[in-house]
Design a binder for this molecule. Structure first.
Ligand code: FES
Length: 118
């Protein structure tokens, strides 16, 4: 079966993130997770991200990190977007927004050799 609403149930290797419909799906700490795919910063596709050593989902564009259990942003964008010297509060503003407006959290369901999100 080939569709974008499910994956083979062996598709989630540790540290990788995959797309299932509107969800970014991965494995963190040995547990499956599913969160909505659009980063709260500039809408990058989080299914192209990665899982770091702390089990957080890392945005592929500017490195914002998310707690996949709650959808909460735990650290804001990095690099030039910190705007050092011009707007020192920018990262903190994005972080506050990401903490307030969390990613949606879905439930990964396995069955019939596939995984889906409810
Ligand atoms: S779009 Fe995700 S951190 Fe910028």
């Amino acid at each position: 079966m080939s569709d974008d609403q499910s994956l083979p149930d062996d598709a989630l290797e540790p540290g990788t993130v995959r797309r299932v419909g509107p969800w970014a799906v991965g494995s963190s700490g040995g547990e499956d997770f599913a969160v909505s795919r659009r980063c709260r910063h500039q809408l990058a596709d989080l299914s192209k991200g990665s899982v770091d050593a702390d089990g957080c989902l890392v945005c592929p564009w500017h490195g914002s990190r998310y707690d996949v259990r709650t959808g909460r942003m735990v650290s804001g964008p990095k690099g030039f977007l910190a705007y050092r010297g011009r707007s020192p509060g920018y990262t903190q503003i994005v972080l506050a927004y990401g903490r307030y407006l969390r990613l949606r959290v879905g439930r990964v369901v396995r069955g019939g050799g596939r995984l889906r999100v409810e």
